[in-house]
Write a protein that binds this ligand. Structure first.
Ligand SMILES: [Zn+2]
Length: 100
């Protein structure tokens, strides 16, 4: 987990120009996602829920492009997983539980 050096917000993996970067949702600060960061985020996910971020990173290696919409959903799940319920506000109205 990395934090924004500018505002202290949480940096989340974001797709940009076909690669994954870390972006602050608060102020828009962006930074490269180096291997260390990738590993860090990947490990954090796989300990709890393998399907969220690891899936994205794996598909990225396969050269697949993901919809920004898909990423929004995954990030929403990510927030839930790491217990940052407060950040879910941003997703209110966008949330649907229609699986199965
Ligand atoms: Zn920031």
């Amino acid at each position: 987990m990395k934090f924004c050096p500018k505002c202290g917000g949480i940096l989340m993996p974001t797709k940009k120009d076909g690669k994954t970067i870390l972006k602050c949702r608060k102020c828009g600060y962006e930074e490269e996602m180096d291997n260390k960061a990738k590993k860090e985020y990947q490990i954090k996910e796989s300990t709890k829920n393998e399907k969220v971020l690891t899936t994205s990173i794996v598909s990225e290696k396969e050269g697949r492009k993901r919809d920004e919409e898909e990423w929004e959903q995954e990030r929403e799940e990510y927030y839930k997983e790491i217990g940052l319920e407060l950040l879910r506000d941003e997703f209110e109205g966008n949330e649907e539980n229609d699986e199965d």
